[in-house]
Design a binder for this molecule. Structure first.
Ligand SMILES: NC(=O)C1=CN([C@@H]2O[C@H](COP(=O)(O)OP(=O)(O)OC[C@H]3O[C@@H](n4cnc5c(N)ncnc54)[C@H](OP(=O)(O)O)[C@@H]3O)[C@@H](O)[C@H]2O)[C@@H](O)CC1
Ligand SMILES: [K+]
Length: 549
């Protein structure tokens, strides 16, 4: 898992490190990382570094200081650097002096617009961790004139560092170079989009950061945890998923949710409801009945998609909540709980529940989401003693014990009718397989997003295509897991062989395995994602780290 830390925790770590390193060290490490990234981008995308024009947008604080120092480093590579000082009297003094010593220019006021318009690349050092509210008007007017790609220092200006909320004009970066760790603004809400590709520069904060506030799941760990049959398994031991979804009016939701459960694991799937004929016709491997009461034993229920909010839906929800097995509650079942909270009383105590609302469903159930999506999901998780998966371009999954993970969809392709039904079926089958509900929700979300990208290959898709791509998405995460295990084993082999030859062999195996993983993931994911608006300016493949001098 990758960690994400809030501003308060980053500041505490920074204070502890600053106490033991000479003044200015962290800023120069940070700025060196920015300069390295900028030089790399210029070289790859304009064919050179020397003579290229870089405009620095410099605000009143240390974020501007980072930009000024980065400008000084870039001058050593022959870059024509001009700093636009938004608060000339408060620009970071040491950074400004360093830039001037290195031959960089500064401009203020009316001259700034032309500098920005003529730049090959713009460095956004307007504001970072101290950002409050939308970009101020003078900064917003300048940002409006940018046509070149932007490298944001630490955070794109205009993005709230802790919530990712964007409430006005904001910088849209091709790359964000951040320091020590990712912050919530990089992965949540509109901030995730504004950040572009996020590069994390190691400035020495790591040991002081402590436990992360949010985590991001990696494909390899989802692949490693994904349930697959072992030699002693049969259709029952892998978990039977019950699907209480669909209605005469909406049979498609039942077909999609059931299909997802069929694809996700090799366990059995039972469907119960009014769409039994449609489900049986499409998924002959399922056992179908007309009502949940007749369905037989299951290890988890999915309830809600296309269910309707009438009597039949209410009865189905009441039954599954009292069945004593984990339940994934979606769509109409959420609306039923929102309009009739008394239905919660049917829940067998301590039964795990996963709620999967989008914003409007969330509002009905627990009040408006508001700008802080993590706070909203965490509040609801505690209120309902349930895992809450709050859908969005970045999906937040909060557990009642306080764990929070974020799934940054690599693209918007999953935003299509019926896509949620597929997600619900995936979650249900992982619950039936016995996975921790929070991890089940997060893992299903990652595979769902990946399936959408694999299916889309840069053209719009429907949910059926997404569903068809689920096996390939599972293969991709399992391949990533296999590659990372192979890399680990080779590293261990290398380490245990004291002789240099053995170590070299281990390292080269590891490199091969991780390259293979990169290639296989990139083949599907990168190909789809690479066609985005910043394709020309996306950095070369790599792990995102830049070591600072
Ligand atoms: N933490 C670390 O480990 C390290 C941190 N480092 C760096 O320090 C940065 C944090 O620096 P910081 O605290 O000096 O403030 P910063 O973000 O530059 O803001 C400056 C001023 O901007 C203003 N302002 C506020 N909102 C605004 C808006 N919406 N639109 C426009 N302006 C706005 C507001 O000024 P005001 O006018 O309100 O006085 C505010 O005081 C951090 O992001 C990283 O880059 C690295 O150097 C090394 C390691
Ligand atoms: K910034």
């Amino acid at each position: 898992m990758q960690g994400v830390w809030t501003v308060d925790h980053v500041r505490s770590a920074e204070e502890r490190v600053m106490a033991v390193v000479p003044a200015g060290t962290l800023m120069r490490r940070a700025a060196f990382g920015v300069a390295t990234e900028v030089a790399g981008l210029l070289a790859r995308h304009t064919g050179g570094v020397a003579g290229r024009r870089v405009a620095l947008l410099v605000g009143a604080g240390n974020n501007g200081g980072d930009a000024l120092w980065a400008g000084a480093f870039l001058r050593r590579r022959g870059v024509a650097v001009t700093a636009v000082l938004l608060a000339p009297n408060r620009a970071h003094p040491a950074g400004l002096a360093a830039l001037r010593r290195a031959g960089g220019r500064t401009v203020t006021g009316a001259a700034a617009g032309a500098v920005v318009a003529a730049a090959d690349l713009v460095v956004d050092g307007i504001v970072g961790l101290s950002a409050r509210g939308p970009l101020r008007p003078d900064a917003a007017a300048l940002v409006d004139r940018i046509t070149a790609p932007v490298v944001a220092v630490d955070l794109p200006s205009g993005v709230d560092p802790d919530t990712g909320a964007v409430t006005g004009p904001a910088v849209r970066a091709a790359v964000t170079v951040t320091f020590g760790c990712r912050k919530p603004g990089h992965v949540l809400a509109a901030g995730a989009t504004c950040s572009g590709v996020v590069r994390v520069v190691d400035i020495g904060l790591g040991p002081e950061l402590g436990e992360p506030d949010l985590v991001l799941l990696e494909p390899a760990e989802v692949g490693a945890a994904w349930p697959v049959p072992g030699p002693d398994d049969d259709k029952y031991t892998q978990g039977v998923t019950g699907i209480a979804a669909g209605s005469a009016a909406f049979p498609g939701a039942a077909v999609l949710a059931t299909g997802a459960a069929v694809h996700a694991t090799s366990g059995m799937v039972r469907y119960a409801g009014q769409a039994a004929d449609a489900v049986r016709a499409r998924w002959p491997e399922t056992v179908t009945t007309g009502a949940v009461a007749d369905a037989g034993r299951v290890q988890a229920w999915v309830v809600g998609p296309g269910l309707g909010t009438g009597k039949a839906g209410t009865e189905a929800l009441t039954h599954v909540l009292g069945a004593g097995v984990p339940v994934c509650v979606d769509a109409d079942a959420i609306t039923l709980l929102a309009t009739n909270p008394g239905l919660w009383d049917a829940r067998e105590p301590d039964t795990p529940v996963v709620l999967t609302p989008h914003d409007r469903e969330f509002a009905r159930l627990a009040g408006e989401v508001g700008p802080d999506r993590v706070a909203a999901a965490t509040r609801a998780a505690s209120q309902f003693d349930a895992v809450v998966l709050l859908k969005g371009h970045s999906t937040v999954v909060a557990a009642p014990d306080g764990r929070v993970l974020v799934d940054r969809a690599g693209s918007a392709w999953p935003a299509t009718a019926g896509s949620g039904d597929v997600l619900t079926g995936l979650i249900g089958s992982l619950l039936a397989a016995g996975m921790d509900p929070w991890l089940a929700a997060g893992s299903a979300c990652l595979v769902h997003g990946l399936a959408a990208e694999l299916a889309a290959r840069n053209a719009p898709i429907g949910a059926s295509a997404l569903l068809d791509a689920v096996p390939d998405a599972i293969r991709a995460v399992r391949a990533a897991a296999g590659a990372s295990m192979a890399a680990g084993a080779s590293m261990a082999a290398g380490a245990s062989t004291a002789a240099g030859v053995g170590a070299a062999a281990g390292a080269s195996m590891a490199a091969g395995a991780s390259t293979a993983a990169g290639v296989s993931m990139a083949a599907g994911v990168g190909a789809a994602a690479g066609a985005g608006a910043v394709a020309r300016w996306t950095p070369a493949a790599g792990d995102g780290s830049v070591s600072a001098g």
